[in-house]
Design a protein around this ligand. Sequence first.
Ligand code: NAD
Ligand code: MG
Length: 296
Amino acid sequence: MEKKKIRNPLTEYYTEGYPKQEQEAPGVQADMTPKPDCGEYSYKGNNRLEGRKALVTGGDSGIGRAAAIAFAREGADVAINYLPSEQRDAEEVAEWIKKAGRKVVLIPGDLKDEEFNKEMVEKANQELGGLDILALVAGKQVATEKIEDMTTEQLRSTFEVNVFSLFWTVKAALKYLPAGATIVTTSSIQAYQPSAILADYAASKSAILAATRALAKQLAPKGIRVNCVGPGPIWTALEISGGQLQENLPDFGQDTPLKRSGQPVELAGVYVFLASEESSYVTAEIYGVTGGNHLG
Ligand code: NAD
Ligand code: MG
């Protein structure tokens, strides 16, 4: 029998710098070079989420796509939310979820709109026949070198997408979530080590962390656990659609101890763990996936 090779984290994934490339936000992953690795050809499931029903925001691309594909391969039916301009990416994810033998529900719409958040939850619950995982991955990041250039419109929409929609979604979903349901939010290493050019984004990611911990305590008596993932530099559409300065792309992620950026698939296992019963005694935590530049 052939022995399975152990994989080296230094060389297993893309190690080079990235070519400069710019898209309008939120970007389309299908047009990126190279394309982020969301586990399409590698993630193997093991029934860890059998029969579960998940809503994944930002599920069309990047980290949300990796979570959505992994959830499906672990046995969950999955609804994904994204912006209408990302339909192409979303349809690719739908194909992967169907190939895993699971049900998929596509729910395009803008999380800045409170009413839409309610409609999204209603539709996910109705079409999946229940809801017991919320993976809140959607996010907005606009690199801004000077506070003088930060518009109120940007400030407001960063907080609406990253923070307000978390509250709106959880509030709307609560009546459907049974004991045993899990909520996984998405913060960032920026909550701990904010970059000069990401002041509004970093502040919103700190807010997510605090909200996660408070809601974990509030919902514990209902048997609902709430945890958070804190990614470091991950190669996704967010970074090439205004989230980073173009001049930072060639070296993106190279300053981590693992000397490369992460790929979305490298977060899939963490979302699965926090969504599953394997993490039954874990709540109010943040789990870093940073290539070594650790949280805290
Ligand atoms: P991504 O661009 O692939 O995913 C972000 C998604 O957010 C988009 O696909 C889009 O569907 C969604 N979104 C944005 N604005 C929206 C709106 N108004 N309404 C509905 N959906 C909207 O990029 P990603 O890096 O995979 O981002 C996923 C999460 O990871 C985000 O919360 C981001 O802040 C976080 N994160 C990313 C990194 C990184 O280096 N890429 C690091 C730390 C945290
Ligand atoms: Mg996208």
